[in-house]
Design a protein around this ligand. Structure first.
Ligand code: S3P
Ligand code: PEP
Length: 425
């Protein structure tokens, strides 16, 4: 197994430009494929999750051309037509590919098998499939009920009233919302349970608007979508920088003491994870806000107690920031950390303890109390990009650390360690 020995970083300073947002990239690619005509997508993320979406679209007859560094794509959509692929569509561990494609293909003519990495087979999809079954979709489980892989025999769905459980993942609602304009009649979606990760629904609705579709959002409890619509290409569309990826540089500047300018997200961001920078202000970071960039420097950091349901991905970064804040940090209402790339509550607790921190792992929360003497440790990353990136904060905080399997960052940020090195000295 590859290991990366990160040496203690004396000072971070400089400027980073974020790669494109994963959430925006995969939504935009799919909606571009559903349009008639060509869309130019700029600042596309080049990472595993996007590669899986691109390959799936290509396997279903959607023409996509990429520039040399794969950050500009020309997608020629076919107005909702997808060819039956010759082989199962392999979607890795990309939730933003697997869930939306499930709903969209259920209402497209053709036969599709959706498969993924072993971990994808442990990530639930039953709430989405239940809703699709209510709408008379033909979606079958190929192995275990409620989990991938799936076999979809697509057919025109007619919409109507449908309930969807929102308590485990917002991606199920995102998927249904993106498919609903393609149904022949209007659709009224009611949310069962408490909807988690709400800001991701704003991302979905915002991208749909850019492609000409408006949704009536009744307080995140009911959504009404007109049927028999076609997505309209915006011609060109720019992907904002990834706000979850920004969290590591916001944290690095706050912990270490230099100043980092982070280009690509700011006060005008459409991504909920920009909220992490607000949390870091509460922790004590100094942040200068601009529309599309942030300038972050150190303050006196103290532990906070927050409900992180709206920012599940960026909140992981707070768990390692906690090592350098005074007092206890509590991150609450994050049960669904357990059903992401790995069981993130267990993984973060286990790895933080290796450093000597005192950790309480609850059913849906984690509490971290820092130690005065951080120990050198080998950090297991559980094939989870965010664990690798989060634990690099230990080096930022002035301690050597060994990260196992550092290439797991390829899921969303293949150049992460080079980018961190570019602001380290
Ligand atoms: O819709 C999206 O782009 C995402 C939604 C979130 O998932 P959940 O809704 O499952 O929390 C987030 O964790 C994931 O990385 C991306
Ligand atoms: C949870 C994540 O990914 P996915 O889109 O696969 O759910 C993530 O990127 O942290």
């Amino acid at each position: 197994m590859e290991q990366l020995h990160l040496k203690a970083i004396k000072r971070v300073n400089g400027e980073v430009t974020l790669p494109g947002s994963k959430s925006l990239s995969n939504r935009i690619l799919l909606l571009a494929a559903l349009c008639e005509g060509t869309t130019q997508v700029e600042n596309l993320l080049d990472s595993d999750d996007i590669r899986h979406m691109l390959k799936a679209l290509n396997d279903m007859g959607i023409e996509v051309t990429l520039n040399a560094d794969k950050t500009i794509a020309q997608v020629t959509g076919k107005g909702g037509v997808f060819n039956t692929p010759n082989e199962p569509l392999f979607l890795g561990n990309a939730g933003t590919a697997f869930r939306p494609l499930t709903a969209v293909l259920a209402t497209s003519q053709g036969e599709f098998e959706l498969i993924g990495e072993p971990r994808m087979e442990e990530r639930p999809i039953g709430h989405l499939v239940d809703a699709l079954h209510t709408l008379d979709a033909d979606v079958e489980y190929l192995k275990n009920k409620d989990y991938p892989p799936l076999k979809i025999t697509g057919k025109q769905l007619s919409g109507g009233k449908v309930e969807i459980d929102g308590s485990i993942s917002s991606q199920f609602l995102t998927a249904l919302l993106m498919a609903a304009p393609l149904f022949s009649n209007d659709t009224e979606i009611s949310i069962k349970g408490e909807l988690v990760s709400k800001p991701y629904i704003d991302i979905t609705l915002g991208v749909m608007t850019k492609f000409g579709i408006t949704v009536d959002n009744q307080n995140y409890e009911r959504f009404v979508v007109k049927g028999n619509q076609t997505y309209q290409s915006p011609g060109r569309i720019m992907v904002e920088g990834d706000a979850s990826s920004a969290s590591y540089f916001v944290a690095a500047a706050a912990i270490n003491g230099g100043t980092i300018r982070i280009n690509g997200v700011g006060a005008a961001s459409v991504q909920g994870d920009i909220g992490f920078a607000k949390v870091m202000e509460q922790v004590g970071a100094n942040i200068e806000w601009h529309d599309d960039y942030l300038v972050v420097s150190k303050g006196a950091l103290k532990g906070v107690d927050i409900d992180a349901n709206a920012i599940p991905d960026a909140a992981m970064t707070l768990a390692t920031v906690a090592l350098f804040a005074e007092g206890k940090t509590a991150i609450r209402n994050i049960y669904n950390w357990r059903v992401k790339e790995t069981d993130r509550l267990y993984a973060m607790a286990t790895e933080l303890r290796k450093l000597g921190a005192e950790v309480v792992e609850g059913h849906d929360f984690i509490e971290v109390t820092p130690t005065q003497s951080i120990q050198l440790a080998e950090i297991d990353t559980y094939d989870d990009h965010r664990i690798a990136m989060c634990f690099s904060m230990v080096a930022v905080g002035g301690h050597d650390i060994i990260i196992n399997d550092p290439k797991c960052t390829y899921k969303t940020f293949p150049t992460y360690f080079e980018t961190l090195a570019s602001v380290s000295n």
